[in-house]
Design a protein around this ligand. Structure first.
Ligand SMILES: [Zn+2]
Length: 242
């Protein structure tokens, strides 16, 4: 077992169903010592963005992604997981944008080459696209647990995508990236009226991606089955000071 100290919770990925009825999220956290790390499984609602915590972890021999850790004894101790994930404080509000700015030097090309688990990108937004999934059926008949929708993202009729370029010099051949946003808040919004394109389109307004008063950063992470594919796990934004 390994102790990771003073982790700052930055974002969380889509929940997964585990054996024994556990619903867990994978979390992206930052520490001075380790950089951006992936941690799982973490029960929903246990950690919020900007929580500072210590975690006891172990390596998962099944998952070879960079800087990726499993919570120690997570299966046996699921009901008392606080033993291994210990919240300490909140990252100070006035320090948050400084931290993200210091991390936001990444470009997608280098992340892919190094197969990094996460990166923080300052994007130049080019376009938005709500991609329609032809095979999707209405999910309205299945509304019972908010987590359900996220687990079954593929059952949404629409998927939000953003087209952007990295502000940092990008080593990709094609500097324009089209990536899916899987931030939880987007799906929370869409599920209120999942079949209406008009309604779902508003996810982009909600994210304030083109609002000049806000500075936006993307927290991007790769996916297990395809470590060279990155999705936007979180949108971090800060109101600009006048
Ligand atoms: Zn790029």
């Amino acid at each position: 077992m390994i102790e990771l100290k003073d982790l700052v919770m930055l974002g969380q990925g889509a929940p997964n169903s585990l054996s024994g009825g556990r619903i867990s999220r994978c979390v992206c956290a930052y520490s001075k010592e380790h950089g951006l790390v992936r941690l799982y499984p973490i029960p929903k609602k246990l950690l919020r963005q900007w929580d500072v915590f210590d975690a006891t972890v172990e390596l998962n021999t099944q998952d070879h992604r960079e800087n990726t850790w499993k919570i120690y004894r997570s299966k046996e101790d699921w009901q008392r997981i606080e033993k291994w994930i210990r919240k300490k404080s909140e990252y100070p509000k006035e320090e948050r944008s400084k931290l993200i700015q210091s991390l936001a030097k990444d470009n997608l090309g280098d992340l892919i080459k190094a197969r990094k688990s996460f990166g923080v990108i300052e994007p130049k937004i080019i376009d938005f696209e709500l991609v329609t999934q032809n095979s999707a059926t209405s999910i309205q008949t299945k509304l019972f647990d908010p987590d359900y929708y996220i687990i079954n993202q593929n059952e949404f009729k629409f998927k939000p995508y953003v087209v952007y370029e990295c502000t940092a010099k990008c080593s990709c051949k094609n500097p324009q990236h089209k990536q899916q946003i899987v931030e939880w808040g987007c799906y929370e919004w869409m599920r209120k009226n999942p079949d209406s394109k008009e309604h779902c389109k508003k996810v982009f307004d909600n994210l304030r991606l083109t609002d000049k008063e806000w500075k936006t950063y993307f927290l991007v992470g790769n996916i297990h089955k395809s470590p060279k594919t990155y999705i936007i796990v979180g949108v971090l934004r800060f109101k600009k000071k006048n």
